[in-house]
Design a protein around this ligand. Structure first.
Ligand SMILES: [Zn+2]
Length: 441
């Protein structure tokens, strides 16, 4: 028989284990049952109404399409800076300003010198060590102004509601939300509104060459470019492969909270202001609600903006950014698989040629298409696809002997080609196969 002393000890041990187990169960259920009240209140401050207000101003005729280097572009920059000031962001620019001024020529080495200005401010992290690191949240505020020779509709107002008044609105409201958190994330968060994205990503390229926060301490960038046209509750997050784990974090957050129709894509999507950061080994996610045929046309208007969709996307981005800025473990950079940057060229727009020179078809692919293949939303004048006779609506299913089942396949394939290569493209047009020969540009 057990003596009393042993029995007490055994009982004591059981009691201890029981207490520990109950504590673990209790505390985890408490955590689950009660999401942080301040965080939830803050998330709910990001509203469709506020977001739309910014899009209304940015797309107004007064700003004339926010072309970089024009008075309208400057007004947009001043608007963002004024918002940052009211929100109470800290400054990084010279003389405690929110501006980083620079100038670029419109055409690589020719054309007039354009005066531009990135707008940036930050909130300081709460951890004495980690606050030296920053997470960048970004969007470009410039657009195409009155079109110009490349637009297809020169002289007409290009309001750029989706591209990228939507992202700029999101940036302002995210900055406001982070500022009103009572407990700040451990890392600092740097909010940057880039100028000149439509001119070879002039603003972000200038910034990475002249960073106001050391790039070594810039842990990741979240870029919002075109988040205003969500359909069926959908959104893309491109570039997940550049930071292992980001896909899982974002997917889980979405499942537990926003529940939007989210596609977290390993591949990079289109080039935008995140691209110069990625070239400097900084991982990114690019949020985009999808491609649409009004992109870079006068038809990118405010009436087509889905502000409720923007609200959902921005709330999810808030939660994701909070997580990234609060976690001890810094996001890890990973080089993406070959073919990764290819889609930058797939859109074929001449304003995106600052990236490495890869062959172009000159099409805008439909990332949201459900068809097998790569559906063409738009063909660009004077580019190989248009010259060979390809049309919007065609679905590319094969190039040479290689099957194309989704837009990413096309991107990867173009990576293996060079300008002047001849390829044969097989498309489905009205359910009929057609073959086109074309020379890549
Ligand atoms: Zn854009």
């Amino acid at each position: 028989m057990m003596n009393l002393k042993t029995a007490t000890r055994v009982y004591g041990l059981f009691f201890l284990i029981f207490t520990l187990i109950s504590w673990v169960i209790l505390s985890s259920s408490v955590l689950r049952a009660q999401p942080d009240k301040n965080i939830e209140e803050t998330v709910n401050q990001i509203t469709a109404k506020e977001l739309k207000k910014h899009v209304v101003f940015l797309t107004s005729p007064e700003l004339a399409g926010r072309e970089a280097g024009t008075a309208g572009g400057k007004k947009a920059a001043e608007y963002v800076a004024e918002e940052f000031k009211n929100i109470g962001l800290k400054t990084l620019g010279p003389d405690s300003s929110y501006f980083q001024e620079f100038s670029t020529r419109a055409m690589s080495n020719r054309g007039p010198l354009l005066e531009m200005s990135n707008v940036l401010g930050y909130i300081e992290g709460s951890d004495p060590i980690l606050k030296k690191e920053s997470l960048v949240i970004a969007a470009h505020f410039d657009h195409l102004g009155l079109g110009g020779p490349m637009s297809g509709s020169p002289g007409q107002l290009h309001p750029g509601a989706d591209d990228n008044a939507s992202g700029t609105a999101g940036l302002i409201e995210l900055a406001r939300a982070f500022t009103s958190l009572t407990e700040k994330p451990k890392r600092s968060i740097l909010f940057i509104a880039f100028d000149g994205e439509e001119i070879r990503m002039a603003g972000s390229n200038h910034y990475v060459k002249n960073p106001l926060w050391p790039l070594d301490n810039t842990v990741s960038i979240i870029n919002m470019d075109q988040i205003g046209r969500s359909t069926e509750n959908g959104c893309f997050a491109f570039g997940a492969q550049s930071s292992p784990g980001s896909k899982e974090i974002l997917t889980e957050l979405n499942q537990n909270t926003s529940k939007i129709n989210l596609a977290v894509v390993d591949m990079p999507g289109m080039g935008s202001d995140h691209s110069p950061f990625y070239e400097n080994k900084i991982p990114y996610l690019h949020f985009m609600s999808g491609m649409n045929p009004d992109r870079h046309t006068p038809g990118d208007t405010i009436d087509k903006i889905n502000a409720d969709g923007m609200e959902k996307i921005c709330r999810l981005i808030f939660r994701y950014a909070l997580k990234i800025a609060s976690t001890d473990q810094r996001p890890v950079y990973k080089e993406m698989a070959p073919g990764a940057m290819g889609q930058n060229q797939m859109d074929g727009s001449p304003d995106r040629m600052s990236m490495k020179r890869k062959p172009q078809l000159g099409i805008v692919p439909d990332f949201q298409g459900s068809e097998k293949g790569c559906k063409i939303l738009e063909v660009k004048d004077d580019f190989p696809a248009a010259l060979a006779g390809l049309q919007a609506g065609d679905i590319i299913i094969k190039i040479d002997k290689q099957a194309i089942t989704r837009p990413q396949d096309l991107s990867a394939l173009l990576e293996t080609k060079k300008p002047e290569d001849e390829i044969s493209v097989i498309v489905l047009r009205n359910a009929e196969e057609k073959i086109f020969k074309l020379i890549l540009k």
